[in-house]
Design a protein around this ligand. Structure first.
Ligand code: ADP
Ligand code: MG
Length: 237
């Protein structure tokens, strides 16, 4: 293995970079920004789980991912890290608007992954918002949503913003994440997703994670992913 740079140069990682990192076991061996490495260290994440080890070398190169691994296998970090790294490499800032949208099936799951994002992303300067409906004040959200860099949301709430928020702008979207895709479809979000995805810029990276690969997950994959890397991990993480 070639010596690993401490931090990948700002700019692009080459498309063949993945093979150099394919055998890595620890986050510290990956070409991550110091900010992300410090966030991981602070949260005491050291060794990668199987789904993280299998997917990060690809997702960090910007590839689309279709990832299948059971609940509890560590799918959250498998997408949060590439989101942070992409925006970091693009030098995303307060005026750049929405750079990433992460969709999750329930308020509770969205809240949990938002907490992981805050912990691991704490040394980055990105703004992030949790848009999940319920009692939260949508009028206030509408004023602020265009200033956020990372949106963590349920499909229903995102659709509501697309329909109702004046000048809602995600035209600069870099990374789309569909988390727990099977559950999103079970929750009845199929219609919202079918309406949302075609409105998003096509020049983006998309990662779709799911515990199971049903026919409807495959349909959603076909709608949202381009030439994805298929990653399926069945053993314990
Ligand atoms: P999934 O989304 O696949 O169900 P999560 O991302 O929610 O799984 O992770 C499940 C649990 O494993 C969480 O408590 C998380 O903190 C922990 N975890 C994830 N990745 C790692 C890791 N690399 N090292 C230690 N614990 C981890
Ligand atoms: Mg999960």
């Amino acid at each position: 293995l070639a010596p690993l740079p401490d931090e990948a140069p700002v700019g692009k990682l080459r498309g063949d970079t993945f093979s150099r990192y394919a055998g890595c076991a620890k986050f510290s061996q990956l070409p991550l920004s110091k900010r992300t490495k410090d966030g991981l260290k602070q949260a005491q994440f050291v060794k990668m789980t199987d789904i993280q080890r299998a997917s990060l070398p690809h997702s960090l190169c910007g590839r689309d991912i279709l990832g299948a691994a059971k609940t509890g296998s560590g799918k959250t970090l498998a997408f949060i890290i590439p989101v942070l790294e992409k925006l970091h490499r693009e030098k995303w800032g307060p005026l750049d608007g929405v750079g990433s949208i992460i969709m999750s099936p329930t308020r509770e799951l969205a809240g949990q992954l938002f907490d992981v994002l805050k912990a691991v992303g704490k040394y980055h300067g990105f703004s992030a918002g949790l848009l999940i409906g319920g009692r939260k004040d949508i009028e206030l959200e509408k004023e602020r949503v265009n200033g956020l860099n990372i949106l963590v949301c349920t499909p229903g709430r995102l659709k509501q913003h697309m329909d109702e928020t004046p000048n809602f702008d995600c035209s600069q979207l870099q990374v789309l994440v569909l988390d727990e895709a099977d559950r999103m479809l079970d929750q009845g979000f199929r219609k919202d997703l079918d309406a949302i995805i075609p409105q998003l810029p096509t020049h983006r990276q998309t990662m779709l994670f799911s515990a199971t690969q049903t026919k409807s997950v495959k349909d959603l994959a076909r709608l949202s992913l381009k030439d994805p890397e298929y990653i399926s991990v069945h053993e314990e993480a």
